[in-house]
Design a protein around this ligand. Structure first.
Ligand SMILES: [Zn+2]
Length: 278
């Protein structure tokens, strides 16, 4: 069966915020249309290190992305490379780091801000750099616009696999921390903006994962160890058999799980056991 799947990465949302503030996602769980687990990030729980591990299934101690300041093209099989090799169509609507890791580096803004390339492994890329990002000006595009862009790749380009990634809530958490009205509203708003798109993607036949790259602690920090910095929710809209609900899923198992679910061989570098069934 030729399954289609979308991986939605909302950067920097700790487990407690997912389960408390995302009413549409929780409503789908309550109605039985989605299921939710806790997932734990690799260490360091730093964004770039996590992105590289999410898509290659190997830990930072193997891929060598020690933090956000040494982004480069990775020389490892990943979800894009294996799907493209199997003839499946891929798309990405993400921060430019993902293009640098998996397509080419360095990121040339005019050349790489959007591309449609038959050679892949990312066939249809739509990126943003957040150039000028700082504490008071987070330079993130509207998630509404980014969700629409991913939907265009689904409906116009016919992608089989697409990844979405946005730093809106990570930036809000760094700026305002988590016990405040600004953060309540930011999560509430993103949940409302995302819901109609999830509905549309499901109607188009995609399985959908909504999750994060890492959490954040009370001071908006991450990079280190512990539940707040490492743990986030993993919502799954799909029919695969899954581990018990109290299992803490391993971030390193995400890449081999997606390949397994999409019927593509898992490369030997991905050593974690998949939690999805074919
Ligand atoms: Zn992050």
């Amino acid at each position: 069966m030729m399954r289609k799947l979308l991986l939605i990465i909302i950067d920097g949302v700790p487990y407690r915020n997912w389960r408390r503030l995302f009413g549409n996602l929780e409503g789908w769980v309550q109605q039985g249309e989605a299921r939710v687990w806790r997932m734990r990030s690799v260490l360091p729980s730093t964004s770039a290190s996590c992105y590289a591990s999410i898509h290659t299934g190997v830990p930072p101690q193997v891929h060598g992305i020690w933090g956000n300041s040494n982004v480069r093209k990775l020389d490892l099989p990943d979800i894009f490379s294996e799907l493209a090799r199997a003839g499946r169509r891929t798309g990405a609507v993400t921060h430019s780091f993902w293009s640098e890791f998996f397509q080419r580096a360095p990121f040339d803004t005019v050349r790489d801000i959007e591309y449609d390339e038959e050679t892949g492994p990312i066939h249809h890329g739509r990126f943003h750099t957040m150039a000028g990002y700082g504490h008071d000006n987070q330079m993130t595009p509207s998630d509404h616009d980014l969700f629409a862009t991913l939907t265009r790749l689904c409906e116009v380009k016919g992608i089989d696999y697409g990844i979405y990634h946005s730093c809106t809530l990570d930036s809000m958490g760094h700026r305002y921390f988590h016990d405040c009205a600004q953060m309540d509203h930011a999560c509430y708003l993103l949940d409302e903006q995302m819901a109609p798109f999830i509905h549309r993607w499901r109607n188009a036949g995609y399985e959908v994962i909504v999750t994060a790259d890492h959490g954040q602690d009370d001071r908006g920090h991450h990079g280190g160890a512990g539940d707040l910095q490492q743990d986030f929710a993993f919502y799954y809209f799909g029919d695969s058999a899954m581990p018990a609900r109290d299992t803490v899923l391993d971030q390193l198992a995400l890449a081999p799980s997606i390949l397994t679910r999409m019927g593509v061989p898992v490369p030997a570098t991905m050593k974690a056991a998949p939690f999805f069934t074919p």
